[in-house]
Design a protein around this ligand. Sequence first.
Ligand code: HEC
Length: 142
Amino acid sequence: MKILVVLSFILIFLPLNVATEDEHSDMHDLMAHLLTPASEAIWESSGYVITEEGEFSLEPTNEEEWERVLYGAKVISESAYLLNIPSRSKNRKEWVVFASLLEDVGQKAFEAAENKDVESLFEIGAELYQVCVACHQVYMTD
Ligand code: HEC
C-alpha cells in the first residue's frame, strides 16, 4: 500500500527521532529510550493517515492500544521528576520549568486517554511537542 500523505504527528515530528549514533550520555539515553517512545505512544495514537485506499484514523481501537497511550502519558508526567534530579537539572531555572511542563502535559494526556478523547489527545500531542522543542532550543547543543 503506497502511502501518499501522512497527516499525523509522526511525519511532522520525525526530525526529533534522528538520534546521533555512538552517543550514550545519560541524557541521550533518557531522551532516546524513555521520552521518545513515550511520546510516540501519544503521537502515533491520534490524527490520520491518508493512503490510496482512503483515510485511516490512528485512533486506538482496543484496550491494549489505549493502554499504550496511558503508559506513555504516565512515563511523560513522571519523567519530570527524572529530569529534575539535581545531577540532571544542575539547578538550571529554565530546565526545571521545562521539565515540569512535561508533568502537566503528561497528566492531560493521561486524562484524555482515560476518556478515550482522541481530539484532545491530538491537541495535547502538539503541546507536548512544543515542550520538547522549547527545552531543546535552550539546552540541546550541536
Ligand atoms: C528539560 C529539558 C528537555 C526536555 C523537556 C526534553 N528534552 Fe530531549 N533533550 C534534552 C537535551 C539536553 C538533549 C541533548 C542530550 C545529549 O545529546 O546528551 C536532548 C536530546 C533529545 C533527543 C536526541 C537524543 C540524542 O542524543 O540523540 C531526542 C530524540 C529527544 N531529546 C527527545 C525528546 C522528546 C520527545 C521530548 C518531549 C517529550 C524531549 N526530548 C524533552 C533536553 C530535554
